[in-house]
Design a protein. Sequence first.
Length: 255
Amino acid sequence: MPAVPPTRLKHLALASLCAASALALTACGPVDQAAEEGNKPTAESGPYPGLSGPEVLNKAITTTKKATALRLKVSMKTADGPVRGDLAVDTKGDCAGTLHMGTEGTTELIKTGDTVYLRFDEKMLRSQTEGSSEAETQAALDALLGKWVQEKADAEDAKDLAQFCDLDSYLEGFKADDTEAKRAGGSAVNGTPTVVLTESYRGEKATAHVAAKGTPYLLRFQVTGGAEPIDMTFSEFDKPVPVKKPAEKDIVDLG
């Protein structure tokens, strides 16, 4: 059986950053940059006084992309079902967290250096043995359930999931060239006050939450109204990723 879940999981998560490619909030594709300066009102008081919506957003994107590590939580709906992820990732390529793929189950992921450790729940193991005999499925469950599979990060079976640990892949879609974002009041993300910025295009609405105090990080990004809505939150900026090799007794050598 394959050592990892379908590769589309990786493609869905990374491509999701361009889910609103027509929106300037995620400059993943060509957008209309013809906004007039007069349509960019600035705040005279409160967080970021004197800055327009685009200026606040561009400041947040520039700051966030300088982070050496962060925690990303993402939830999206796709044609294949809901996808969720919760990962701590750094610029060295280390990461730790979980990935949930619809009804196919959950994968735990640890990457430290050039080694990846993967642990699958029963649903994921059964989904990967679909079409096999009951004896083969049971053998896989007996061997792997509750255990970690160890792979080289560049191994064929592991490289797709290892790419979840590339922090730049999550942030490259955000570019500090927005001209359309509009201030939409304030809110909070996990207790931190935020400035809310919105933008709409062809039935989709993008909403960005920027920290209203302290370092101006992008704390939340949402796209609603489209075929594949997405909700992402960013936290734990510059904190060390909690990667630790599993105990030897819990590691299975597929070789």
